[in-house]
Design a protein around this ligand. Structure first.
Ligand SMILES: C[S@@+](CC[C@H](N)C(=O)[O-])C[C@H]1O[C@@H](n2cnc3c(N)ncnc32)[C@H](O)[C@@H]1O
Length: 358
C-alpha cells in the first residue's frame, strides 16, 4: 500500500496555510491532529468525552445508515456494463463493488463498520469471492491514515487501500484525481463524519457535492443541538470545556511554541446567525475555543515570525452546531439532496444520506 500526498498537502502548502491562518489569528484544523502526540491527546479526549451517548446505540445507528446507503448504491443508476467490467472474476454475481471514500477518516473506526456492512456475513474460504472493494481514507494527518489503514487492512485483507494525505480545507480536486483510477468504475460511498463542524458549511458542502457522480451517495454527520441556541448550549459546551479537551488544544499551542503562561483558554457559545440561509438564530451556532493573550508573544513556526499582542485572541478551535432542519438546509443549498436522515436518541448527532441534486 502506498501513501499518496495530494498537492494540497505538501509540506510547503501546509506551512503556507499554517502561516496564513495564524496571521488571521486562527489555528488551522489540521494542526490540532498534526503530530503523534496530538493524536494521542485527541484520542484521550475522544475516549473520555465523545461517547457521552451510548456507544452501542450510536454504532447501531451508523450500521443502519451504512446498510441503507449500500442498498441505495446497489440500485443506483450506474452503468451496469462498466460495473461488470470492474468486478473481478469469481466475485459474487449481482452485487457491484464499492469505492469507500472516508473524508477526515481519523482512526477509521466507522470505516470498519461500513466495510462490515458491505461484506456481510463471511461465506467462508470455499465460498464466492466478495465483490471488488476499494477504500480511500483521506486525512491531513499521515499518522491518522496509518492508524486507519492498519485497522482496515487487518480486518479486511481483500480490500484495496489507497491512503491519501490531503487538506480538505483547500477544497482539493479529488474527483479529477480519482477519474483515472481503477476504483472510478465502482459506485462511490463518500463518508464525512464529524467534519462539517470544522469547516465553513456552505463552501464545504458545495465542494462535497462536486465529489459525487450521478449514482454516488454521501453519508455525512452533523453535530446537533437538541434544545436549540442558546437554551441547549450549556451541556454541549461542557463536552469541550473539560481537562481532556483543554489538554488537547493546549498541546497544539505548545507545539506552536506558545507558553501556557502567556494565555488563557476560553470556551464559549457564539451566535452564528446568517451562517445558514433561511435558518433562525436558534438553529445554528458555534462552540469557540480561543486563547486570550495575557502578554505579548512571538511565534516562529517554520522560521516565520508572527507577533501576537497582549489582549489579542487566537481562535484555536470551533465546532458548528446545527438543528436537523438547519443542517438539511445547508446541504440542500449546496445541491445535496438528503434522501434519508437519522438522529441519535439524545438528538446530538444527525446522519444524512445524500445524493447529488440534479
Ligand atoms: C474529529 S476527527 C473525525 C474523525 C472521524 N471522521 C470520526 O468521525 O471519528 C477529525 C479528523 O479530520 C482530520 N482533519 C482535520 N483538518 C483536516 C483538513 N484540513 N484536511 C483533512 N483532514 C483534516 C483530522 O486529522 C482528524 O482525523
Amino acid at each position: 500500500m502506498e501513501l499518496t500526498i495530494h498537492p494540497s498537502a505538501t509540506m510547503e502548502r501546509l506551512r503556507e496555510r499554517l502561516w496564513q491562518a495564524l496571521e488571521a489569528r486562527r489555528v488551522p484544523g489540521f494542526w490540532l491532529y498534526g503530530s503523534p502526540a496530538q493524536i494521542g491527546r485527541w484520542l484521550a479526549y475522544h475516549d473520555a468525552y465523545s461517547p457521552s451517548r451510548d456507544a452501542d446505540t450510536l454504532r447501531r445507528l451508523y450500521r443502519t445508515a451504512f446498510d441503507v446507503a449500500l442498498a441505495r448504491l446497489g440500485t443506483a443508476q450506474l452503468d451496469q456494463g462498466r460495473l461488470d467490467r470492474a468486478r473481478p472474476a469469481g466475485a459474487v454475481p449481482g452485487r457491484a463493488g464499492l469505492h469507500l471514500v472516508s473524508l477526515g477518516c481519523g482512526g477509521g473506526g466507522k470505516d470498519l463498520e461500513a466495510l462490515a456492512a458491505f461484506h456481510g456475513p463471511r461465506a467462508g474460504a470455499a465460498g464466492p469471492r466478495p465483490p471488488d472493494a476499494h477504500y480511500t481514507p483521506v486525512d491531513a494527518s499521515a499518522a491518522m491514515l496509518s492508524e486507519a489503514c492498519g485497522r482496515v487492512g487487518a480486518a479486511f485483507p481483500g480490500v484495496a487501500i489507497h491512503p491519501l494525505v490531503a487538506d480538505l480545507e483547500a477544497a482539493p480536486d479529488l474527483a479529477g484525481w480519482w477519474a483515472g483510477e481503477p476504483s472510478a468504475r465502482l459506485p462511490r460511498l463518500v463518508t464525512c463524519f464529524a467534519m462539517l463542524s470544522n469547516f465553513e458549511p456552505a463552501p464545504f458542502c458545495a465542494w462535497l457535492r462536486g465529489l459525487l457522480r450521478g449514482g454516488d451517495v454521501l453519508l455525512l454527520s452533523a453535530h446537533l443541538t437538541p434544545g436549540g441556541f442558546p437554551a441547549g448550549a450549556g451541556p454541549i459546551l461542557a463536552q469541550y470545556d473539560n481537562p481532556a479537551a483543554r489538554g488537547w488544544l493546549a498541546g497544539a499551542l505548545t507545539e506552536l511554541g506558545l507558553d501556557a503562561a502567556a494565555y488563557e483558554l476560553t470556551c464559549r457559545a457564539v451566535a452564528a446567525a446568517g451562517a445558514v440561509a433561511g435558518a433562525g438564530a436558534e438553529e445554528t451556532w458555534q462552540v469557540a475555543v480561543e486563547a486570550a493573550l495575557r502578554r505579548s508573544a512571538t511565534l516562529a513556526p517554520f522560521g516565520r515570525s508572527i507577533a501576537l499582542r497582549a489582549g489579542e485572541r487566537l481562535r484555536v478551535f470551533h465546532s458548528n452546531r446545527f438543528t436537523l432542519a438547519s443542517a438539511a438546509a445547508v446541504l440542500a443549498a449546496a445541491g445535496l439532496q438528503p434522501v434519508q436522515r437519522w438522529s441519535d436518541a439524545a438528538g446530538e448527532e444527525g446522519l444524512f444520506l445524500c445524493r447529488r441534486a440534479t
